[in-house]
Design a protein around this ligand. Structure first.
Ligand SMILES: [Fe+2]
Length: 367
């Protein structure tokens, strides 16, 4: 008798085309962009985190006279569909199609650069393209220069946007950066709390990638290495914000991102999306608030996460849910529930028997 074949579709994933890694590699950016400067209308758009306005890095951004630079604050909220549409319309009206887009900043700036690259060539609102493979045409050349490590946005196939209805990525092969510049010197000035929260995003990516049915030898190898690096950075005598650890964290972020690309995130991210969508809480911070209460799902990962929190004396507030009414919690639960790919991975085919709106509301009430 022939054994029944399992119907499986393996992800055919596209990686970053070119990567430069090393201290001081940011100085090579101008040279890297040079061969592209003749494309389209012959100018680059730089999207830089407003945090660097007036800081030494501002002087080092290789802007030419014809280029456009936008300093964007990502403190108030995560990138929105409206924001991307406006930026796209403004850029096209000013100078036409650019040679490329360069994002210099954290995960949100990476997402803005990726989404903008796609929306410069795809008509209509970005809300039309939130989901998998909805984008019709390749975007313009785009480069990511992370200045904070952990989200894995530098390597992911998705540009996460919050829209009027959903928080969901523009996800397709063309989202992936053509080039990334990984210069660990750039993450040295990250404020301590954010260094912790964003690093924990990587750690959580690994815990979730490993604990679910999509995990496999490929995702496991990356998760294992990224977790080892996270332990070196966040636990033990050598932990802390040192140059050696910045090198490690930058690689951990990349590998954690590769692990989840070939597996999937799980319970923490599903809940985190609900919290961010309804209250605008920043992704990495939201993850930390939630991971603190997920011992039922990830006992070992949560125990180690708590060790790291304690070691660095990070203050994660409790009792937040006391301020939320039932309507708010219900809305969060619905956003989280509508991420079946995460639940299928984390819980399995019968996830709807295990995860109900009430179960999710109960989890949010623990916060
Ligand atoms: Fe994440």
């Amino acid at each position: 008798m022939v054994a029944a074949q399992t119907q499986t579709t393996h992800k055919n994933f596209k990686g970053i085309e070119k990567t430069v890694f090393g201290r001081g590699s940011f100085s090579q950016l101008d040279e890297i962009l040079a061969p592209r400067r003749g494309d389209n209308e012959g100018y680059f758009v730089f999207i830089v985190d407003n945090y660097f306005k007036g800081k030494p890095l501002e002087e080092r951004v290789p802007v030419h006279a014809e280029d456009l630079t936008y300093y964007i604050s990502v403190e108030e909220h995560e990138p929105t569909t409206e924001q991307i549409d406006q930026l796209r319309d403004e850029i096209l009206a000013k100078k036409g199609l650019p040679s490329g887009v360069v994002g210099i900043g954290g995960g949100s700036i990476m997402d803005i650069a990726k989404a903008l690259s796609l929306m410069l060539t795809n008509e209509g609102s970005s809300t039309l393209y939130q989901g998998l493979n909805l984008i019709k045409k390749p975007g313009v050349y785009h480069v990511g220069v992370p200045t904070i490590s952990g989200t894995g946005a530098e390597v992911s196939m998705t540009a996460v946007l919050t829209g009027p209805v959903k928080k969901l990525g523009l996800k397709c092969e063309w989202t992936v950066f053509n080039q990334v510049v990984l210069d660990p010197e750039l993450i040295a000035s990250v404020p301590r709390n954010w260094w912790f929260y964003t690093g924990m995003d990587t750690y959580i990516h690994c815990v979730e990638s490993e604990n679910g049915r999509m995990n496999n030898a490929y995702s496991h190898a990356y998760a294992e290495q990224a977790m080892k690096l996270c332990r070196e950075v966040y636990l033990g005598e050598q932990s802390g914000q040192t140059p050696e650890n910045d090198d490690k964290l930058m690689v951990a972020s990349l590998m954690g991102g590769l692990s989840l690309t070939y597996s999937e995130v799980g319970v923490c991210h599903a809940l985190s999306y609900g919290l961010s969508k309804i209250l605008g809480t920043r992704h990495c911070y939201a993850n930390c608030l939630i991971m603190n209460h997920l011992e039922d799902y990830y006992p070992e990962g949560v125990a180690e996460f708590k060790q790291m929190v304690a070691y660095h004396q990070i203050d994660l507030p409790q009792g937040l849910a006391n301020e939320w009414d039932d309507e708010t919690i219900t809305k969060m639960a619905h956003v989280s529930y509508n991420l079946p790919h995460m639940w299928l991975h984390a819980i399995g085919d019968n996830w709807q028997e295990v995860i109900t709106i009430d179960v999710l509301k109960d989890l949010f009430r623990r916060l």
